[in-house]
Design a protein around this ligand. Structure first.
Ligand SMILES: Cc1cc2nc3c(=O)[nH]c(=O)nc-3n(C[C@H](O)[C@H](O)[C@H](O)COP(=O)(O)OP(=O)(O)OC[C@H]3O[C@@H](n4cnc5c(N)ncnc54)[C@H](O)[C@@H]3O)c2cc1C
Length: 782
């Protein structure tokens, strides 16, 4: 026995010596593993490398670490508006909302000319441009607030404003433009003297945008009367927002230098240039019809258009740097635009549909009180609480200087998908009222247009399947990128040292996460440390999220080990791993919102619903990964480690859902916080949301009065067949006062207005549209 123990101790000491001493383990183990990695690691193209290296890692890195530092997240300041930004939101943005609405823009086919002029004059197109160039220099959060509010009123206005402030000429110029380019274009863009568009997508290159066939050839040519070095560019673009009316077109194309006029390289790579739309040979003007959303969007093209090299953004030295530039800027823009517009649409849906569900009666009951309607209402409220939390937190991160590439994919995907859920639920709750389009339908156009957000700035299926985990696993992981860099390093000595360090760090990291996941799973995560300053009622969420983070990091590492480079092609597994990361991000945002808003107890059902839903979805995503794992043995072991006592989460309870639904169908500070920034307009002008809010308040007052009338009728104190007869009898019998009768009359009038559905002359559509010349009618044989 003693000998056995001595042998065991010697063996352990030998292993510890080999693993613990770099000088021994490097030649024995690390260099051999490095040699294998060099052989099996799939090659990475420059465009892939640019995409992976773009942007920064923020809270996503913590969630990937297995041990998120909650103190760090909670110490991040809550984004706020400056007085100037607040005033712009309360005045100019409110005024623009009053000028436009989805119905009129659809009827007009565009924003009305006075609204376009207002947008230009008031600086909506220059929100991200610094003051020194005449722009507003707003924060990302202010930009997000403006887009959110506009989206609650008119999507064409929101999109027309958000695109110039997102990935496009201004953003690219700010980061890479020469002084001359900035001084020329930025003041013009800020004042709306130039309208920008950015053309990347080609008919043959959509999601795979790096493969655009649009071509520039470096050559000499005549420019303003003298021979200069320039490029002859041929392109065909489609889907370009603001393209039909742009005056300056940002253009991405692949630049070649076959005569080596610029240097030794023939294929210089993707290049971005700014092309005045008035340049001879530029074809713009035609437009698409993106789901009747009527914002300007269309194709453009050019054939052998000669342009000086100075038109390259950043000048000739930036030739071939276009993809890197686009990827770096995408991280910021994608964090703001579509998350904000999806949240705006959802605010509109929640505010209006909650009120509608209280105003609309069926079976003598407000439909919002039926259990069947409570369920979608709860989903709408819980989803919106979380969406707005993630939108705000992410905009705040951008303002702190982050360009969160993985997070931008998370919020783009999940907020647009949840926006789609919210709007779908709103449609179902409104029934026929949501279906018949017209000035009093506030949801039908949102429903119609939601797929636009799903498709642009990285189509959602691709973003989920390829980007969120695919990029996250490399960027957010503390060791994988270092291992990859060492594998590709030509300096063998440095590669050996760096790889050894990263590889053993990685092993320790995986083992620690596996152990933590197992122990926290076994103990129900009750002993996980949580910062003392968090709301104690949410303590368990922090603990469970830490547990899920350890489990996620462990499963991710084991998956990379088991599947290596092929994990990239297993898109369904990659998508589910991305879902886990995303749910943890959204849940973190909701917890932070609760703290930032001063722990509003009345809002707790919204937070609880959002957290239970997110944790349940994350748990399902784990299940989806494990039940489809290529190795059953590994899957079983992983299951044992991460769910040793079974799965802890179930769907949010019906009782919780009922509490959330109630918050949506009556006025309260919670409802106002949830839908803050929604344009209500005025009930006097019959602005739909203002009207429906007024109708809801009147309906609630009326409910109590009607209950007294029903009670009196039941007690046979009053009689009457028609409702009006009963009311008169109730007044006569002093069951209600005359003032209360007037309240009932007002509530009924408002209800009638709200439930009214627009109708049109039978030949309305024919009269509006140009009627094509009638084809000669065939003679019908007698
Ligand atoms: C209204 C509108 C406005 C736009 N504005 C602009 C603009 O201003 N400038 C600009 O340059 N472009 C713009 N676009 C283009 C937009 O970015 C593209 O539509 C988008 O990149 C998707 O390309 P696609 O439509 O050709 O779809 P495809 O690339 O054909 O994709 C079709 C489907 O396949 C999926 N898919 C593709 N590859 C994969 C994969 N590897 N794994 C899983 N799924 C995959 C996609 O997710 C999608 O669901 C706009 C598009 C629209 C509709």
């Amino acid at each position: 026995m003693t000998t056995f123990l001595i042998v065991l101790a010697a063996l352990a000491a030998a292993i510890a010596l080999v693993i613990g001493v770099p000088a021994i383990r490097r030649p024995l183990i690390s260099n051999r593993v490095l040699a294998v990695f060099r052989k099996v690691m799939p090659p990475m193209s420059q465009t892939e490398a640019d995409a992976i290296n773009a942007g920064t890692v923020w809270w996503d890195g913590d969630l990937f670490s297995g041990k998120p530092r909650w103190e760090k997240l909670l110490a991040t300041p809550r984004p706020t508006l400056t007085p100037e930004e607040q005033s712009f939101l309360d005045n100019e943005t409110e005024q623009l909302c009053a000028m436009v609405n989805d119905w009129e823009t659809y009827d007009l086919g565009d924003l009305p000319p006075h609204a376009w002029q207002f947008i230009k004059d008031k600086g909506f197109l220059g929100m991200i441009i610094p003051r020194q160039y005449g722009g507003k220099e707003f924060s990302a959060y202010a930009h997000s607030q403006v887009v959110t509010k506009l989206s609650t009123r008119c999507s064409a206005a929101a999109i027309s404003v958000m695109v110039p402030n997102s990935l496009g000429p201004a953003e690219l110029l700010l980061h890479y433009g020469t002084d001359e380019q900035k001084n020329h274009y930025l003041p013009r863009l800020a004042k709306g003297l130039d309208i920008p568009a950015f053309g990347l997508t080609n008919p043959n290159a959509g999601s795979d945008a790096a493969s655009i066939p649009d071509l520039g050839i470096v050559c000499k040519g005549m420019w303003e009367g003298r021979e200069v070095l320039g490029m002859r560019v041929t392109w065909e673009k489609r889907y370009i927002t603001l393209g039909p009316i742009c005056t300056v077109l940002g253009l991405a194309f692949r630049l070649y230098d076959p005569d080596r006029l610029l240097g030794d390289t023939e294929d210089l790579g993707i290049t971005c240039a700014l092309v005045p739309a008035s340049t001879p040979g530029v074809n713009i003007g035609r437009r698409h019809n993106p789901l009747n959303a009527v914002f300007q969007n269309g194709p453009n093209s050019g054939k052998d258009v000669f342009m000086p090299l100075d038109w390259i953004i950043g000048g000739p030295k930036m030739a071939g740097q276009g993809w890197r530039m686009l990827m770096e800027c995408l991280a910021a823009g994608r964090s703001i635009s579509l998350p904000s517009s999806a949240t705006g649409l959802s605010k509109l849906a929640v505010r209006g549909t909650g009120a509608y569900a209280r105003v609309r009666n069926q079976f003598k009951t407000a439909i919002g009180k039926f259990e069947g309607i409570e369920e979608p209402l709860a989903r709408m409220g819980g989803n919106l609480y979380m969406m707005d939390a993630a939108r705000t937190m992410t905009a705040g991160a951008v303002d702190l200087g982050e360009k969160p590439s993985v997070i931008s994919g998370i919020v783009k995907y999940h907020l647009t998908e949840r926006g789609r859920l919210v709007v779908n639920d709103a449609m179902d709750i409104q029934g026929g009222k949501g279906i018949c389009l017209g000035p009093s339908n506030f949801i039908g156009r949102a429903y119609q247009q939601i797929p636009v957000a799903i498709t642009v700035e990285g189509a959602n299926i691709l973003t989920r399947s390829l980007i969120i985990f695919g990029q996250g696993a490399i960027r957010c992981h503390p060791y994988v990128l270092k291992e990859m860099q060492a594998t590709r390093d030509a300096d063998r000595a440095r590669a050996s040292r760096d790889f050894d360090h990263a590889f053993w760090g990685h092993i320790g990291f995986t083992v620690r996460n596996g152990l933590r996941a197992f122990v926290t799973g076994l103990t129900g995560s009750h002993w996980v440390r949580v910062p003392a300053n968090v709301a104690q009622e949410n303590r368990r969420y922090y603990q469970q999220l830490t547990r899920f983070s350890s489990a996620f990091a462990f499963v991710a590492d084991v998956s990379m080990l088991v599947m290596g480079g092929s994990l990239k092609r297993k898109e369904k597994l990659s998508a589910r791993l991305g879902d886990i990361l995303s749910m943890m991000y959204l849940a973190s945002a909701a917890l932070k919102r609760y703290e930032d808003e001063g722990r509003q107890q009345a809002d707790k059902p919204l937070l609880d619903w959002a957290l239970w839903d997110a944790m349940f979805r994350a748990q399902n995503a784990f299940e989806g990964v494990l039940s489809n794992y290529p190795s059953r043995l590994v899957a079983t072991l992983l299951h044992l480690v991460i769910f040793p006592l079974g799965r802890p989460y179930v769907v949010p309870s019906d009782r919780l859902g009922q509490k959330v639904a109630k918050l949506l169908i009556e006025p309260s500070a919670t409802r106002d916080r949830l839908t803050a920034g929604t344009y209500l307009g005025s009930p006097e002008r019959d602005d739909t949301l203002g009207l429906i809010d007024a109708a809801m308040e009147a309906a609630i007052h009326a409910e109590a009065i009607e209950a007294r009338i029903r009670a009196a009728q039941k007690a046979k104190a009053i009689v009457g067949r028609a409702p009006s007869e009963l009311v008169q009898a109730a007044v006569a019998a002093n069951v209600i006062t005359a003032a209360e009768r007037d309240q009932l009359t007002r509530a009924a009038a408002l209800r009638d207005k709200v439930v009214r559905v627009d109708d049109f002359a039978q030949d309305w559509r024919v009269r509006r549209e140009e009627v094509p010349p009638a084809a000669p009618r065939a003679r019908v044989a007698a």
